[in-house]
Ligand binder design. Structure first.
Ligand SMILES: Nc1ncnc2c1ncn2[C@@H]1O[C@H](COP(=O)(O)OP(=O)(O)O)[C@@H](O)[C@H]1O
Ligand SMILES: [Mg+2]
Length: 268
């Protein structure tokens, strides 16, 4: 297990006055696709933000290792340079910053992506076309006045441009119509194919997973990981919801029913 790309161990974190994550473990190998599910308020987004280094949260225990280095204390921009990417559940609007300038600036900071203005323009244009995003969007202020679907496409544009080693997609599929969902799914697939990047997909919607080969599924309830299993666990959750895990969280019996759950032996 020493060669994991991401290794989150016994991670506890929260805001200044509220503990949210309690001793969370999560290991993701290079190129693997993991799904994180759980009821609203379970702490899924918080985990994504803490892995990314969002200063709104404080780590109170445990550690985060990425690509062989301890990144627990690293700032978000350094983690981004190291190859971690977080697609926000609710992308922020940045008035005054044109999308194109934003993309150009973040790419120029990366030695591996630095290129001429002409090549950059071509590359961004190709990705925008791939995502069926009108190129006029590139000149608009970042996310200002964009629809929910357009914001999610901009997140995909960044993903395909930055080619991170690990992408955490936080409900990238929520609020998308069928067409936009298809385009975003294809964007995720292109990321997988082009850079063999690892994924943590946080979702309630199994449709986005149809095109992905899922290696591992994790279930979080009340800030704790309560179950882990193969891709088949997603179908069970889709059919039966989280009630079993929420019960199990208190009674310690949920994992007996999870296929492949490493905790199954403890749950007797
Ligand atoms: N910045 C924050 N300030 C205060 N409370 C927060 C903050 N971020 C998350 N929380 C709280 O932590 C809990 C987990 O939230 P979240 O991680 O968004 O859950 P999920 O993504 O699983 O729905 C919720 O009770 C939420 O209100
Ligand atoms: Mg969330």
């Amino acid at each position: 297990m020493a060669s994991q790309l991401l290794n989150v161990s016994a991670l506890s974190a929260g805001t200044e006055d509220k503990p949210i994550l309690h001793s969370v473990d999560l290991a993701v190998g290079a190129g693997e696709c993991h799904v994180l599910m759980g009821p609203n308020g379970a702490g899924k987004s918080t985990l994504g933000h803490v892995i990314m280094g969002d200063p709104a949260y404080r780590v109170t225990g445990g550690r985060i290792e990425f690509d062989g280095a301890d990144v627990t204390e690293l700032s978000a921009d350094k983690r981004s340079l190291a190859g971690i990417f977080l697609s926000y559940q609710a992308p922020v609007e940045v008035p005054g910053v044109p999308l194109y300038s934003f993309l150009r600036t973040i790419c120029q900071k990366r030695p591996e992506l630095k290129t001429t203005a002409r090549k950059f323009r071509t590359r961004v244009g190709e990705i925008a076309d791939q995502l069926e995003l009108d190129q006029s969007f590139l000149m608009r202020e970042l996310n200002v006045g964009f629809s929910g679907g357009e914001k999610k496409k901009i997140e995909m544009l960044q993903l395909l441009l930055l080619q991170p080693k690990l992408a955490i997609l936080d409900e990238t599929d929520s609020g998308l119509d069928v067409d936009a969902l298809g385009i975003v799914s294809r964007g995720i697939q292109a990321y997988r194919e082009q850079v063999s990047g690892a994924l943590i997909v946080i979702t309630h919607n199994t449709r986005i997973l149809e095109r992905l080969e899922v290696d591992r599924t994790h279930v979080m309830v009340k800030g704790r990981m309560v179950a882990e299993g193969p891709a088949e666990l997603i179908a069970q959750i889709d059919a039966n919801g989280f009630e079993r895990f929420e019960r199990g969280d208190e009674q310690g019996e949920a994992c007996a029913e999870c296929p492949g759950c490493p905790k199954a032996g403890d749950a007797e």
